[in-house]
Design a protein around this ligand. Sequence first.
Ligand SMILES: Cc1cn([C@H]2C[C@H](O)[C@@H](COP(=O)(O)OP(=O)(O)OP(=O)(O)O)O2)c(=O)[nH]c1=O
Length: 189
Amino acid sequence: MLHLASQSPRRRELLTQLGVAFRVVDVDVPELRAAQESPLEYVSRVARDKARAGLVALAGGADAQVLGADTEVVLDDEVFGKPRDASDAAAMLRRLSARTHAVVSVVWLVDARGERSASSVSRVRFAELDEAAIAAYVATGESFGKAGAYAIQGRGAALVEHLEGSYSGVMGLPLFETARLLREGGAPG
Ligand SMILES: Cc1cn([C@H]2C[C@H](O)[C@@H](COP(=O)(O)OP(=O)(O)OP(=O)(O)O)O2)c(=O)[nH]c1=O
């Protein structure tokens, strides 16, 4: 049985879109980048930790498969996770204004036979945002719980001038890559 190690409602919706049957397993993995880790290494490690923690929580049943994912916004080699509060969200949006950033999403599929991963890196260009636009967006509350303090699937769409890559990857689960991973990972024997 496939499990999704995620509290994120977006990831559940996105995985449902692929038409696969799955259950959710709750995990709590700290998200803290080590000094020597590149952004991609960090995102990958956190996603793998979520999947591994899910397998542990399921007591590693022989037919259990667990998907874990992580998504972060990266600008100038700096990782923007979820904002702590409104002023942190505004500071992130100020930095993203009129710039192109990367959205890195990594997915791991783990089971008793092994572990495999897929990644997606998208490039997102933001429009120029003035203080009034930033304050209005933060006031929607949409920034919270989202890497980089915006949601492309919500009102944040109005901030995105250009996207190159995977829309579902920016939302948190790159569906093309995830579907391929599930095909390659097969059903456990
Ligand atoms: C950039 C961007 C991020 N996001 C979200 C996707 C992720 O859910 C979130 C980044 O946080 P994550 O730590 O990747 O995920 P999460 O804490 O929401 O869920 P879990 O760890 O339980 O799986 O930001 C959007 O929904 N829209 C966007 O446009």
